[in-house]
Design a protein around this ligand. Structure first.
Ligand code: V47
Length: 391
């Protein structure tokens, strides 16, 4: 293994556009030469995006916290049982009301995920997409992690294949899949932290099926719990290999990677310290450098804090997610409540002070153009008015 504190050979490879290997990734995660690491990640980021830094106007909706799984890292779920009393499940109308409110406030995207609820029928999910599509015609519906898609294939009557689930959801209005549920692709980590959850093969099956159908997806990595640095790099390499395959043979691919900083509070792993700020920055920078075939690296401010997400813009990150508004899976930024919002003014200020140009994007990373009370997307022939009545 090369010296982690002399990065000259890695810098040369990056300079010439040569792909980095496993050992490079581990050395970069270990290096004490953090300035070189940050500079290299920034170099690659600027090659792709110049001084643009992206955000979006979005709203997260978590439709239920009842879940049949018991993942140790998760502080969100309430165990499902026939008598479960302390969980919640939103009706389709309640989900649509939240989506409509977001649309009327100018949101371009809803991000909808929830626990694996054994009793909600498949029609709950298709009805939800169809009702949002009807109420909010141009709102991008990014919904359901790979784990939820597999759950739907199992509970649908009659049972569906993954492709059938995705096709029916898309017909109802689904636009893309978020990247959740990936955690760390490694059998040892899987057995220790989320044993009953489906493994990496199934996660990739869903994303492969989506890419084959032309549905774009995101990818995540939940780091800073029981995994080693080597296992983190292994995870990134598996994402890179999958992206190569999708780029070669599918009409869609991963839009972005979202490294998620583990928040121990309230989970069964709350004896762990969680990642430090420097570990967060290293992981984001290494994600940028290892994933040469991903256009976007997203820092999710909800888990990193707005301050660290801002700093990460100089460490390879080009996207800091969006306004969010409600978030239930972790509650650190909401002081214990689900209300976790950054205004557009605050997002823009964070980006501007980091030396970048705030650039509002839609879910496909096209630029959003705003005029008083309406938004449109570059090169697209539509305009959405918002305020009291929506489009
Ligand atoms: O799947 C659960 C993770 C994910 C914790 O695709 C935790 O644009 C930290 O996937 N500490 C959901 N993380 C969030 C997610 C996401 C977020 C933002 C943008 C996108 C995107 C995707 O959160 C879960 C799980 O991996 N998670 N518990 C925790 N205690």
């Amino acid at each position: 293994m090369g010296n982690p504190d002399n990065l000259t050979d890695i810098a040369e490879r990056i300079d010439s556009g040569t792909r980095l290997g496993f050992e490079d990734g581990v050395r970069l995660l270990r290096t004490r030469d953090i300035h070189t690491l940050g500079r290299l990640a920034d170099l690659v980021r600027r090659r792709k995006h110049g001084d643009a830094a992206y955000y979006n106007v979005n709203r997260h909706i978590n439709y239920t916290n009842l879940c049949v799984l018991r993942c140790k890292f998760c502080s969100f779920y309430k165990p499902w049982s026939p008598e479960a009393k302390d969980g919640y499940t939103l009706t389709v109308n309640q989900v649509v009301a939240r989506a409509r409110e977001a649309y009327q406030r100018g949101a371009t995207e809803v991000h909808i995920v929830g626990g694996l609820h054994p009793k909600l029928p498949f029609s709950y999910y298709t009805d939800m997409c169809a009702a949002i599509r009807e109420a909010c015609p141009r709102l991008h519906i990014k919904a359901f992690t790979a784990i939820e898609i597999i759950h739907l294939a199992r509970i649908a009557k009659p049972r569906r294949t993954i492709s059938e689930v995705l096709t029916e959801l898309r017909a109802a209005g689904l636009d893309s899949l978020p990247g959740g549920g990936a955690e760390i692709f490694d059998d040892r980590v899987h057995d220790e932290a989320f044993q009953n959850k489906v493994g990496e093969a199934e996660w990739f099956d869903v994303h492969r099926a989506a890419h084959e159908l032309g549905i774009f997806t995101n990818a995540t990595m939940l780091y800073g719990h029981v995994e080693t640095l080597e296992e983190r790099v292994g995870h990134l390499l598996k994402l890179r290999a999958h992206q190569d395959e999708s780029q070669a043979s599918c009409p869609a691919r991963f839009n972005c990677v979202v490294p998620l900083s583990f928040i121990p509070e309230g989970s069964a792993l709350d004896d762990l310290p969680g990642p430090t700020g420097l570990d967060d920055l290293r992981t984001l920078a290494v994600s940028r450098l290892m994933l040469d075939n991903f256009d976007h690296v997203k820092a999710f401010w909800i888990m990193l804090s707005p301050k660290l997400a801002q700093v990460s813009l100089n460490w390879g990150v080009d996207d800091i997610d969006g306004t969010v508004v409600d978030y239930d899976i972790t509650r650190r930024e909401g002081g214990g409540t689900r209300r976790q919002e950054l205004s557009v003014d605050k997002l823009q200020r964070l980006i501007r002070e980091a030396g970048f140009v705030p650039t509002e994007r839609d879910s496909s990373y096209r630029r959003v153009i705003r005029r008083e009370g309406s938004w449109s997307v570059e090169d697209q022939d539509f305009s959405v008015s918002f305020g009291v009545r929506g489009e």
